[in-house]
Design a protein around this ligand. Sequence first.
Ligand code: ZN
Length: 160
Amino acid sequence: MRVRGATVVRFEYELRVDGGTVDGTHEGEPVAVLWGHARELPAGLEWSLGGRAQGPFGVSVPSERAHGPHEPEKIYQASRRDFPPGVTVEVGEELYVEDESGAPVGARIVAVDGHQVTVDANPRLAGKTLVYSGVIHSIREATPGEIRHGHAHGEGRVDH
Ligand code: ZN
């Protein structure tokens, strides 16, 4: 059996970016998802599993199929004085900025040089190739209840 619509796939995975692990399941604790409905998975992973059989897998997802390109126009220069009191102005600090429509967008401080602060509002993994590896433990037909609910039931389900 292969992973396709109306199947529940139980698997472990690890996501590496630039050689470092950034996400994944705990060893021996696979997740189970209804394929095609697994919005909780990181970008490109569900698509990568389509058509695969039980066993180990490895795939690289280019940024175009994940978080998109890293856009220089989403990097802003600010002054330390622009930050409200209570915000720690240091590299790695997460904050929100407003996009053109005024909606909040997650961003982070990437450089501090004296009073000059550089803020990057690109998605953290923009421009990155996502390298997935893992093991598909099992693939089975989804039950009518699972299809109705749009998620997997039973072992490996996180919250229901
Ligand atoms: Zn349910």
